[in-house]
Design a protein around this ligand. Structure first.
Ligand code: SF4
Length: 151
């Protein structure tokens, strides 16, 4: 099933690139999974990233720095329902979503026809715990959507 999900994700990303949407930073939402958070972090960051102290123990701090520099909204979500609700906000035209294959496939389909660039997370500790993502890949996706050279 994961292999099939990867095919759907790959085709989706190719189709977004073929459509070449051009969006403003204020129309982009970066959706991050709650499992990015360090396992022993006590900060309440789900739904409100202002709680993150950017202590450097997980990838959330650098991702927040990036989103601020780029002027795009970011949210840390637990579960697909919350992600889809945020992505369907009227002013959001494009989403950069980080998650596992299954969540990404479901999210892409639920958010159509909005453009979703889907980035598969890394799971060095297994599923749903202390996952990771390459910040440069998230930046590349935002830059591609906004045509900016750098952030
Ligand atoms: S960067 Fe933020 S979310 Fe991650 S461990 Fe530190 S305070 Fe917690």
């Amino acid at each position: 099933m994961e292999a099939l999900d990867r095919i759907v994700i790959g085709l989706n990303n190719l189709s977004v690139k073929a459509r070449r949407p051009r969006v403003k930073p204020g129309q982009i939402l970066v959706l991050l999974p709650s499992c990015l958070q360090a396992g022993d972090c006590k900060q309440n960051v789900v739904g409100d990233l202002a709680g993150c102290r950017r202590c450097g123990r997980c990838r959330i701090g650098p991702l927040l720095d990036l989103c601020e520099r780029a002027g795009v909204a970011a949210a840390l979500v637990k579960g697909g329902r919350m992600a889809v609700k945020l992505a369907r906000q009227e002013h959001i035209r494009a989403v950069v979503a980080v998650a596992c294959e299954k969540e990404l496939r479901a999210g892409i389909l639920a958010c159509l026809p909005k453009a979703t660039i889907a980035l598969i997370n890394r799971r060095p500790h297994g599923p749903c715990t202390e996952t990771d993502v390459d910040v440069a890949e998230v930046e590349k996706a935002i830059r591609w959507l906004t045509r900016a050279r750098e952030y």
